[in-house]
Ligand binder design. Structure first.
Ligand SMILES: [Zn+2]
Length: 149
């Protein structure tokens, strides 16, 4: 961080704390060249993830919406909602770690399916029936047969 008085390249951080609102870091800096002190505020912005739907429409990634979809698929399967929250978190982390800020609804669905498959077969098929929108009953029964192997 450049000194705002003399333009010296390196300033020393002498104090660093979260603002009261908790949304920024307040840093007190000192310039080793002119010895003046100044304060900077640093904020981190979360880059939104965009979902591209089949019809090319886009919508922001919505954790709650994905979670609701998982909850619906897991009705009466006695799966703690915390596990489903973890799945949502895990999916979001995977996207962010790969710097994928645009993902198709199909890719997102596949990511959820991969995790549900390991968790609960019934929930997997239910979720698949919504996400994959099985065009015909044949495909759906094929998928079921695949699972029973
Ligand atoms: Zn300076």
């Amino acid at each position: 961080m450049k000194c705002s008085f003399c333009g010296y390249d390196e300033t020393k951080v002498i104090d660093s704390r979260l603002t009261e609102e908790g949304d920024a870091v307040r840093r007190r800096r000192e310039c080793p060249s002119c010895n003046k002190r100044f304060t900077t505020y640093e904020r981190s912005y979360e880059i939104p993830i965009t979902i591209i739907k089949k019809n090319k429409e886009t919508q922001p990634f919505d954790r709650q919406k994905l979670l609701n979809g998982l909850i619906r698929a897991c009705v009466k399967r006695e799966i703690p909602v915390q596990i489903l929250e973890k799945i949502v978190e895990n999916i979001e982390n995977e996207l962010r770690n790969q710097y994928k800020y645009e993902v198709t609804s199909k890719q997102l669905g596949e990511m959820a399916l991969k995790r549900l498959k390991e968790l609960d077969k019934v929930a997997y098929v239910r979720f698949a029936s919504v996400y994959k929108k099985f065009d015909d009953i044949k495909k759906f029964t094929e998928e079921l047969a695949e699972l029973e192997k």
